[in-house]
Design a protein around this ligand. Structure first.
Ligand code: GRG
Length: 307
């Protein structure tokens, strides 16, 4: 840790978040593009690549890389896990868009996977991305001790399965059309559907860099805050942004009469709460001084984003 007298004063710190995100996005695009080669049977590899390379903010891989770098890791150490996180995020979007789930025609500004390849192939493309994500981490992670890789694999299994994304999605499906849903249930859904994956990105980046104890606890609190803020903003954007801006159908929560944060608190109050969560998240990272600027910037991007 840097001694207080040597810490740069706020005025001396300049961090270009836009340039940082653009460069990290570029690196992720290249790594994702190289991660899957089309071979026989071509259709499944094409379907996997269609959704994986359809754009998106790449927030999850960037969070993983930024955390690893903050704690002394390198981009190369974190990149296979970062790609795997984006693969699983993408598979969750493919499955979420299926007629049996959210039934959507557009995602990331393009037709959804099942609209292009059919439901059968879309399900399999999701399955293949999920299994490949684990293979990719185990096969491609270099210069990281095996016990850290094992920890990452355990964390990811926990975050994706019934105790994480899958569990959150199940409760979300169960609550469909129930306007009586409690705020506790709403929180459960979002902590599992959205929060668990964002936390896994941060924690896995930290584990790859060798973090333990206090660092992991602090980063869990940071993740919890950004996860909730992300979902609040998502709910606000569903009301305020257009389908073109979002790249997916806008106004779905209203149509489905879903309980959302704006419905609970109103748009203005929801925005205030999201801003407060982000302020707290940045405060939690203070001990890392200027090394935390990327993670602080990403936290702020979560509330300022337009899609
Ligand atoms: C992971 C095994 C496994 C199954 C998936 C379908 C399902 C189970 C879960 C649904 C998870 C889901 C779709 C949550 C919504 C999360 C969310 C707000 C996504 C939008 O994220 P952005 O805005 O999207 O970061 P981009 O396109 O920018 O990446």
């Amino acid at each position: 840790m840097v001694a207080a007298q040597n810490r740069p004063k706020p005025a001396e710190i300049s961090f270009d978040l836009k340039a940082y995100l653009k460069e990290r996005q570029r690196l992720c695009e290249v790594a994702l593009d190289n991660s899957i080669t089309v071979r026989y049977p071509e259709k499944i590899y094409e379907a996997m690549r269609y959704s994986l390379l359809a754009g998106g903010k790449r927030l999850r891989p960037i969070l993983c890389i930024a955390t690893s770098e903050m704690l002394g890791g390198t981009i190369d150490m974190a990149m296979p896990t970062a790609c795997a996180l984006e693969m699983v995020h993408t598979m969750s979007l493919i499955h979420d868009d299926l007629p049996a789930m959210d039934n959507d025609d557009y995602r990331r500004g393009k037709l959804t996977n099942h609209k292009v390849y059919g439901e059968d192939i879309a399900i399999l493309a999701g399955d293949a991305l999920l299994t490949y994500a684990f293979e990719f981490i185990a096969a491609e992670t270099k210069n990281v001790p095996n016990d850290r890789i094992l920890q990452v694999i355990i964390r990811l299994g926990q975050a994706f399965g019934a105790g994480g994304l899958v569990g959150g999605q199940v409760v979300d499906l169960e609550c469909e059309g129930q306007s009586q849903m409690t705020p506790e249930t709403l929180n459960f859904i979002h902590r599992h559907k959205t929060g668990a994956l964002l936390e896994a990105c941060v924690i896995c980046g930290a584990i790859l860099a060798g973090a333990k104890g206090d660092d992991l606890q602090r980063l869990s609190r940071y993740s919890e805050n950004i996860g909730l803020a992300f979902q609040i903003v998502d709910d606000i954007l569903d009301i305020t942004a257009t389908t073109e801006e979002l790249g997916k159908t806008a106004g779905k929560d209203l149509t489905a009469d879903k309980l959302t944060f704006p419905k609970l608190w109103g748009i203005e109050e929801s925005r205030n709460k999201a801003n407060l969560l982000i302020e707290e998240a940045c405060e939690i990272l203070k001990p890392y001084d200027e090394k935390a600027l990327p993670l602080m910037g990403i936290a702020q991007f979560i509330t300022s984003r337009k899609n």
